[in-house]
Design a protein around this ligand. Structure first.
Ligand SMILES: Nc1ncnc2c1ncn2[C@@H]1O[C@H](COP(=O)(O)OP(=O)(O)OP(=O)(O)O)[C@@H](O)[C@H]1O
Ligand SMILES: [Mg+2]
Length: 416
């Protein structure tokens, strides 16, 4: 008997990664044997249309890119999870309710060295009926400079729910803080002590239990922030960074997220890790995009074929028990990482990949040399760069992908 599982791609303006994903899956043409049955996987793009709340949903797994800003899709996805048992990357309920602020609080609670962070009441308010009386009765005048003094400089004033560097200012003293705060309008802001100076900045990208720790340069232009570098952390640091992002993701039910950490005096301080569904464009990830495409294929296939259930209730007690124990920070992080890997079925996932997706590396290696893949890079670059730079940047990103192919030969053992 043949059984079919469907993976839906819920997309916005995404152009490159979905096309890479679909092409590689088509070439892989995967068939799985589960309990004597043959299982085939189909991938299709989800359309946006009216839906009945009781209507069936045909997808076993959704890779979602829209939830955080497109509410028809968000509500359809929430219904699909509750009503139809669909598995979604990422959990839209926690995505909606846990912003950067809550992620800081939660990971502080687990003992991670998040820099000192304060929340400030907003500078301005949108007028509402009860506003004046509420503020007159309860809002206390406060001394911004005193808060700055408690946090220490340099510091970052940034939105409590931010993204894409919008509204982020570095402040080096009380005057700059005042100026930045005065310009923040109605946004609710954090003041966070800078990790300064730092000697390494990394972004750990995670898809299910798979983690890629990439060196990152926040001062470079957007297309050059993700670096191509090797051996910049030792084995213990690598494990710690993996434990960190997997802990965050498991805590919130996010399957695809990234964690930014800065190393200062040998300690990694995470500063931004509520990024479910982070930037997946070839124009940002270049060399690293094939890793991401493969990681998404493996994890979505695993979730679809094994009918992985979503856990909707937060299971935080096990983490808090470790946080409250007298273990060292290192041991706590390792213990959190063990919980995360267990909840992510890391061992079963590795076996699944060995048994069923052995051809993926080779297929992706071949695919990322094709004219079709190059055309997708070209089309993506065309949406991001001025016309007279499209040729140059297409060659640039394509060249970095070809460099990835060379390093793949080494990684796969050079046996070609
Ligand atoms: N505490 C900090 N110490 C040092 N640098 C910081 C700190 N907070 C923010 N930054 C710098 O400011 C940048 C933007 O801050 P942050 O990542 O918190 O904002 P964001 O809007 O979520 O950005 P993005 O969506 O691009 O990741 C960081 O990449 C980092 O370079
Ligand atoms: Mg950031």
């Amino acid at each position: 008997m043949t059984d079919t599982r469907r993976i839906g791609l819920s997309l916005g303006a995404d152009l490159c990664w979905p096309a890479f994903y679909e092409d590689v899956v088509a070439k892989l043409d995967p068939t799985f044997r589960i309990g004597g049955n043959e299982v085939r996987v189909e991938v299709e793009r989800v359309t946006i249309e009216p839906f009945a709340l009781r209507a069936p949903v045909k997808y076993d797994v959704l890779l979602d890119r829209l939830t955080h800003w497109y509410h028809t899709s968000r509500e359809w996805i929430k219904k699909a999870i509750i009503m139809n048992g669909t598995y979604v990357l990422n959990n839209p309920f926690t995505l909606q309710s846990m912003e950067k602020h809550t992620s800081y609080v939660a990971m502080m609670r687990l003992g991670m060295p998040i820099p000192e962070t304060w929340m400030l009441p907003p500078k301005e308010y949108a007028q509402t009926d009860d506003l004046d009386v509420t503020l007159a009765t309860y809002a206390r005048m406060f001394d911004l400079g005193a808060v700055g003094g408690r946090v220490g400089y340099p510091a970052f004033l940034k939105p409590y729910d931010g993204g894409a560097w919008v509204g982020v200012s570095r402040v080096d003293g009380a005057d700059e803080l005042q100026e930045a705060y005065d310009g923040s309008g109605t946004r609710l802001m954090h003041l966070q002590k800078a990790v300064h100076p730092f000697d390494l900045f990394v972004r750990a990208l995670a898809v299910g239990p798979q983690v890629n720790v990439i060196r990152y340069d926040p001062d470079a232009p957007l297309h050059d922030r993700y670096k191509i570098d090797f051996g910049f952390v030792d084995a213990a640091e690598q494990r710690l960074l993996e434990d960190m992002v997997l802990t965050i993701n498991t805590f919130f039910g996010w399957d695809f997220n990234s964690c930014e950490s800065l190393r200062r005096e040998g300690v990694f301080h995470p500063i931004d890790f509520a990024n479910p569904c982070p930037d997946s464009q070839v124009t940002s990830l270049h060399y690293h995009i094939p890793w991401l495409v493969k990681a998404k294929i493996r994890w979505s296939m695993f979730c679809a074929v094994t009918r992985r259930p979503m856990h909707l209730t937060p299971r935080w007690g096990e983490f808090f028990a470790i946080a409250d124990s007298d273990m060292t920070y290192q041991d706590k992080m390792a213990a959190y990482g063990d919980i995360a890997r267990r909840r992510l079925d890391a061992d079963r996932f590795a076996e699944f990949c060995d048994e069923n997706l052995g051809a993926l590396d080779e297929v992706a290696y071949e695919y990322f040399a094709t004219d079709r893949a190059r055309q997708i890079v070209h089309d993506k670059v065309g949406t991001m760069f001025p016309e007279d730079e499209v040729g140059h940047f297409t060659d640039h990103f394509w060249g970095l992908i070809q460099f990835w192919r060379q390093t793949e030969v080494d990684r796969m053992g050079g046996g070609r």
